[in-house]
Write a protein that binds this ligand. Sequence first.
Ligand SMILES: NC(=O)C1=CN([C@@H]2O[C@H](COP(=O)(O)OP(=O)(O)OC[C@H]3O[C@@H](n4cnc5c(N)ncnc54)[C@H](O)[C@@H]3O)[C@@H](O)[C@H]2O)C=CC1
Ligand SMILES: O=C([O-])CC(=O)C(=O)O
Length: 272
Amino acid sequence: MSTTARKIRPVQPVTLIGFGAIGRSIFQRIASNPGVRITHVVVPAEYAETTRTGVGDAAQVCQQVPQEATLVLECAGHSALIEHVIPALERGVECAVLSIGALSGPGVVEQLAQAAEQGGAQVHLLSGAIGGVDAIAAARLAGLDEVRYTGRKPPSGWRDTPAEQVCDLGAITEPTVILEATAREAAQLYPKNANVAATIALAGLGLDATRVRLIADPTVTENIHHIAVRGEFGEMELTMRGKPLADNPKTSALTVLSALRFLNNRAAATTI
Ligand SMILES: NC(=O)C1=CN([C@@H]2O[C@H](COP(=O)(O)OP(=O)(O)OC[C@H]3O[C@@H](n4cnc5c(N)ncnc54)[C@H](O)[C@@H]3O)[C@@H](O)[C@H]2O)C=CC1
Ligand SMILES: O=C([O-])CC(=O)C(=O)O
């Protein structure tokens, strides 16, 4: 009889911040992983009732990250990252975030790093709707010359944004450039549409040296992200044609899957 003891991996408790299109989908899909359990969902008071209906008895709905939290996953928007993630990091809680465009705010990169240092915790910037972040961050180590990002979405993906002042989203019949700017400007102007731009920038040349072009395109049905990178390593080009989530045309379905990948890896013996 073998005397080798087998360690049981403990269930990973997770506090989710936000319960919109991304949060609801993560909550439903992670239920099939017995190694991870969403124990708390943080939402503003006005969302508490509908969120309680959505989670049932499976998790507690609260307005703040609870004291006992050990791992936080943010999918709520720029203001939630500032309001909840920074204090959680200061308390030593590990955090994974999707609202990466929040790092374009004045001093936010430094505040986040300082909070993580103070708490001895790490903050993970998830890849979200884009791929290739690992390659850009690796390539940066040898020096980059140029990083360009183009984000193209159908007109419905630009509703309730400054794009409405640039063109008539309901009437355009051709692809229309709505912004050419730095990644920092794009993330500030389009907090729900330019998180990918900020991610690419932070992985590569930085928020002020990364050029961004945003396009409203009535000829497409997907959220199309194009990245072009040039540097000492060589060159890279990548196009993602992400299907939008049914609940939010601004958000690509891959964003949810990137968060699930992170959570699945937390409970796995081999991570990839
Ligand atoms: N990195 C990436 O590739 C992407 C990142 N995102 C980020 O994820 C965020 C959420 O996306 P969706 O779920 O599609 O948006 P959504 O609008 O469907 O849901 C947002 C939810 O966040 C919650 N919320 C709002 N303010 C909050 C606060 N201060 N504290 C806690 N919860 C709050 C509410 O439950 C709300 O329903 C976006 O605003 C964006 O910042 C979205 C798409 C791609
Ligand atoms: O989900 C997407 O396709 C990208 C997005 O909204 C963002 O970058 O903020």
